[in-house]
Design a protein around this ligand. Structure first.
Ligand code: ADP
Length: 448
């Protein structure tokens, strides 16, 4: 049945929930549609933290971080392809995003250092809990307490415009059929397209066949719906990948595992590539192996050298064997071939001349127990998307604002440029989600 609201929000991930709560608290009548059965999107999978600078929590630690330094780190991390105005807003508003989550009952009280940051600025729950579930829990709890109308299993299928090009609502589909949500403003927070390999490989052909760490709803609907009404999509070929992700589980195995000495072995028990080559080259090499997977293989010496592996070896996806025979059996590779591979590795190391040209061979890899983790390359984050300005207004291909249309989160492009720093996605979705909620409220108000 058709309904009338002030603000319609597409997507109930971190950006959409932030927008909805913010707009509702300002006094707008809000509805959120979420195509999946549950809220959270990719946000709930985030493991790192939320980057913010000049927060009270950070100052209490005595760090010298500042808006200027977070700006610099983010631009540098993004290879200077980011939209400077968006990055400035990201850094300037980051502290208020943390305050806002804390005021809504969130716990982000542990401040730590992540890659690419000059000073510790990533805010995360205490006690080692993951940031994504905490952000989603906080916002969803607030949304429910405020009785915001969140409709799961409801997919936006069209963005509606009037003759002047102003956005007037959305068409949605649920199990009972199609209806219209008439609204004065629309916030597009439908997330990225990492789980849509057709779209991914359309923009970056070499990523064809890549798995993904994303939730299955990350299919780029929000981008395609916006494109249909003329929105400008920018930097769509800026896609973050990871060479070693556990198939189906989606967990990324840190590259430090190879750095500290692990090798890659295929299903024939053979090495096939220089493990320390670039991400792209290693990814392509893995995809050429049987079933498009390889095993990260290491011994107990290497395991003890890297804290990050303490967690991995407890997981069901990590195979363990006291001897090469035992681990070969678990990997389903011929033991004789695995032994030959390890003998060749050791001989190459002794001669300082690796058959695959690997320069750094820190370990013999001959101390049991042995470990093997099946991995495959995967798409992690799509940095490109809808062109917005710091007020989250959406621009069309002619460079004009599309009135009544706002976008925030992974569906947008420009915040992260050519590479997203860990911890910046959470900052992005909360900061720009809130701004989108404010702007949608203001836009709706001036139509009254
Ligand atoms: P962000 O991090 O930007 O908030 P998320 O991936 O966390 O992005 O959330 C985006 C949400 O939007 C997901 O829950 C996804 O299922 C939802 N979504 C995607 N396409 C649609 C659509 N067409 N209609 C409704 N919800 C959608």
């Amino acid at each position: 049945e058709d309904i009338n609201v002030d603000v319609a929000v597409i997507g109930a991930g971190g950006a959409g929930l932030s927008a909805a709560v913010q707009a509702n608290e300002l006094g707008a009548k809000v509805v959120v549609v979420e195509k999946m059965a549950m809220v959270g999107g990719n946000t709930v999978r985030a493991a790192g933290g939320l980057n913010a600078t000049e927060t009270a929590l950070q100052k209490a630690k005595g760090t010298k971080d500042s808006v200027e330094i977070m700006y610099f780190d983010t631009m540098k991390g993004g290879h200077w392809l980011n939209d400077p105005a968006l990055v400035r807003t990201l850094a300037e508003k980051s502290a208020s995003s943390v305050d806002w989550l804390l005021a809504h009952g969130g716990d982000l009280r542990d401040v730590g250092l992540m890659a690419g940051a000059t000073f510790p600025r990533t805010h995360r729950p205490t006690g080692g809990a993951l940031v994504g579930p905490e952000v989603v829990r906080t916002l969803y709890t607030a949304a429910k307490a405020e009785k915001i109308d969140i409709r799961t299993n409801t997919q936006a299928t069209k963005i509606l415009t009037d003759k002047t090009g102003r956005v007037t609502g959305i068409q949605v589909k649920d199990k009972n059929g199609t209806y219209t949500i008439h609204s004065k403003a629309v916030v597009n927070a439908a997330g990225g397209f990492g789980a849509n390999n057709e779209l991914v490989s359309k923009y970056v052909p070499r990523l064809k066949g890549f798995a993904t760490t994303n939730h299955p709803g990350a299919t780029g609907d929000g981008l395609l719906l916006a494109e249909k009404i003329g929105a400008n999509l920018i930097q769509m070929d800026q896609i973050q990948t990871h060479p070693t992700v556990v198939p189906k589980v989606g967990e990324m195995i840190t590259e430090a595992v190879r750095g500290n000495g692990a090798i890659l072995v295929n299903k024939e028990g053979k090495r096939f590539f220089n493990e320390l080559q670039t991400r792209d080259a290693v990814s392509a090499a893995i995809l050429k192996q049987k079933d498009g997977i390889a095993y990260l293989f290491f011994d107990s010496d290497m395991q003890k050298s890297l804290k990050a592996t303490n967690g991995y070896i407890k997981q069901p996806y990590c195979l363990t064997g006291a001897t090469l025979d035992e681990i070969a059996g678990k990997m389903g590779v011929p033991a004789a071939d695995l032994k030959a591979t390890m003998d060749a590795w050791k001989a190459g190391k002794a001669a300082n001349k690796d058959a695959f040209g690997r320069a750094d061979m820190p370990r013999d890899l001959d101390k049991g127990p042995f470990y093997a983790i099946a991995v495959t390359p995967a798409v992690h984050h799509t940095m490109g998307g809808i062109k917005i300005d710091p007020l989250t207004q959406v621009y069309n291909v002619k460079g004009q604002v599309i009135p009544g249309f706002f976008a925030a989160g992974e569906v947008t492009g420009g915040v992260h440029g050519g590479n997203r720093l860990g911890g910046n996605a959470q900052a992005d979705i909360v900061t720009f989600g809130r701004i989108a909620g404010q702007q949608a409220f203001i836009f709706a108000r001036q139509l009254d």
